[in-house]
Design a protein around this ligand. Sequence first.
Ligand SMILES: O=C(O)CCC(=O)C(=O)O
Ligand SMILES: [Fe+2]
Length: 390
Amino acid sequence: MLSRPDTLLSVYPNNVSDTDVSVPRSSDLAASNNSFKPLYKFYRHLSYEEFDYLCFEPGSKVETDTLLDPIFPKTYTELHPDDLSIANYPFTGDFIESLRKFKYASTSRISVGSRSQCAATFEEITLKSVPGLRIYPGILTPDVQRQLVVNVIEEYLPSETHLTNLHPSYMLPQPFYLFGHPRDTIIPPSDKPTVAAATPTTLGSLQDRKLRWVTLGGQYNWTTKKYPTFEPHTREFPDFPVSLTTLLKGASAIFRDRINPEASIINFYSDGDVLSPHQDIAELSSADLVSVSLGCEAVFFCGLAKDKPPLQVRVRSGDIIVMGGDSRFAWHGVGRVWDKTAPDHLVGFDYCENFEHDRIADNVASGRKRYGQWMLSKRINLNVRQMLDT
Ligand SMILES: O=C(O)CCC(=O)C(=O)O
Ligand SMILES: [Fe+2]
């Protein structure tokens, strides 16, 4: 069993400077014992078409006996999933021996904000190679995915208590509506920079690449690599958004109530972006970590040891991955993101027509026209943690 290392320091990026806001967090594993590294190299130059082909023809191009496409049709030919509830199939495919697939009916109500959907059935994939990791492909309905995109842009980002990677460098409009002004709006450097001064930029370039993350609830400090020690319900420790808690609690049948959502990091990725291998060990709790994917596709790496080739999972919009049990402190990262792979229900969707306007300013409402275009090349990952032991 992989236990949480004694240190409370996260092994996140020693090599990331606060000034370099456009670079994702990354950690620098020694080349000699880092079995993730060749995979990053491999995926960097892999087109989406090649990736897609690889998923359908494993082994055709490289040794990929650890590549899992959760909706890979081969898994279905092995199974007979019709009308089964709480069934459990040992997967006997030739490339991942240890895949087990569960399919069961649920009455659990998954809702977020004003959108709610009943997930009648969903699948859970667990793997012997990474015990405790649970994959729920496509579990979030298109409605819920869209509502989450809207919440990220209109609720989570604008909150004054939520820090982003941009705050140390720039004087952001308050509240920070990512689409609340024209793209060429000048964003000046911060007048109290805590890092080397930035040069003025535009709102458009924040949208395109510069915005990398926002933190909800307990505000993880990337410099000291710690969560705040003070109590919840203070200004410094904003309450975790109710809308996201509702989503997770609504899906409690899935997560088996094994998380009390207290902190979340929302990552914004663009084409080609990666997240280097790391362990999430800053939390005092070993409760499940819940990771939600929206928008473009990516390959996610996960393994219990950094010197063994990790499992590679194709992640799509609406997927949830839970890192629980032995996998809670596993090594993981994102191999790359491919743009133009977001589903049409996020891209070709009129966010103006379908969400009520009453509580938002006109400029925000008109900015909504651009959400679909933005999602064309974005991947958003919300990963939710419990910080404190109960
Ligand atoms: O984007 C992802 O899927 C993973 C993000 C992650 O591991 C993190 O933010 O700690
Ligand atoms: Fe992580």
